[in-house]
Design a protein around this ligand. Structure first.
Ligand SMILES: [Zn+2]
Length: 125
């Protein structure tokens, strides 16, 4: 999603996962003004309205009207990291008689964590 700052016209790119169903405040990375907005199923349903205080979530990336990138501590959120317990861990796989991979096997409940955003499939309550 894109929040074009009504004040300074900076384009703030809001990550779809944290901002999918969101109600709160975010901060423009260009002018640091606080904006209140509400989203439902990835669409903005209310706002942006000027607000005060601290931002609940920062945008993932921002761009000036002249297409210059803005990022950094206090302006944008850091990139998401892989889960610590899944890094460098081989996944058991199942192969057919020709040796081609046909499935990850066996999958446990923990292997499926983060593989599917259930709140996106289920929709807003
Ligand atoms: Zn701004």
């Amino acid at each position: 999603m894109l929040l074009t700052c009504p004040s300074c016209k900076t384009k703030n790119f809001l990550d779809p996962y944290p901002f999918w169903n969101f109600k709160g405040t975010t901060q423009c990375a260009g002018c640091k003004k606080i904006w209140r907005l509400e989203t439902s199923n990835g669409a903005c349903v209310s706002g942006p309205e000027a607000a005060s205080g601290t931002a609940d979530l920062l945008p993932g990336f921002a761009e000036t009207p002249a297409y210059e990138g803005i990022s950094g501590t206090g302006l944008t959120r850091p990139a998401p990291r892989a889960q610590k317990e899944t890094v460098c861990k081989p996944k058991a796989i199942k192969r057919n008689v020709r040796g081609n991979v046909i499935a990850g096997y066996p999958l446990t409940k923990n292997d499926l964590v983060g593989s599917r955003a259930k709140f996106m499939v289920a929709g807003a309550k």
